[in-house]
Design a protein around this ligand. Structure first.
Ligand code: IMP
Ligand code: MG
Length: 187
């Protein structure tokens, strides 16, 4: 069994996403952007962010999975925070449109070790966009294994496993409106 505790409320998320959208709209004033969401975790963030932007935006999506997939964190562990990715990333869905010469915003739910984003950034850079920026709702800087940073960050969080607002635990909890910390319950 798992226990959930609200870490960032829907109200806090709403306010921060609006601020991020204002900043992005200012930075790209008079231009258009392609929002490239990373499936599936970033979809809810992308849909809220997109609706708060005042500039022209189109969507695209990338799908990735890790080899030796870390899948769900083990149920029997008290501390889920140290659960590791293999770091070897596989592309399951490429973008549908040309990114050449475009303003591309890679939209991710959470920047953790940085292995996934480093891979995706390289992949998109090969499409030769005019600008490539990373937008991450959450950042766990203490977990970083690759020296990658997001250009726009919603919240910095400690090394805790979170779910909700698109993020899952064994595919569950993506539909929670708040961001919650999940921990294995004491039996
Ligand atoms: P990275 O390659 O370690 O940076 O992995 C980032 C990806 O791992 C994110 O896009 C999430 O899909 C997943 N992830 C990392 N931390 C969490 C978490 O606390 N909750 C849910 N998913 C997470
Ligand atoms: Mg993800």
């Amino acid at each position: 069994m798992s226990e959930l505790r609200v870490l960032i409320s829907r109200k806090q998320i709403e306010e921060r996403v609006a601020e991020m959208a204002r900043q992005i709209s200012q930075d790209f004033a008079g231009q258009s952007v392609i929002l490239v969401g990373v499936l599936k975790g970033a979809t809810i963030f992308l849909s809220d962010l997109a609706r708060a932007l005042t500039i022209d935006a189109t969507f695209d999506f990338l799908g990735v999975s890790s080899y030796g997939d870390r899948g769900a964190p083990p149920e029997d562990r008290k501390n889920l925070a140290g659960w590791e990715s293999s770091g070897e990333v596989r592309l399951t869905k490429d973008v549908d449109q040309s990114m050449a010469g475009k303003n591309v915003l890679l939209v991710e739910d959470i920047l953790d070790t940085g292995l996934t984003l480093t891979y995706m950034k390289k992949l998109l850079a090969a499409h030769q966009p005019r600008v490539l920026k990373i937008v991450a709702l959450l950042d766990k800087p203490s977990r970083r294994k690759q020296p990658i940073q997001a250009d726009y960050i919603g919240f910095e969080i400690p090394d805790q496993f979170v779910v909700g607002y698109g993020m899952d635990y064994a595919e569950r909890y993506r539909n929670l409106p708040d961001i919650c910390v999940v921990s294995a319950a004491a039996h």
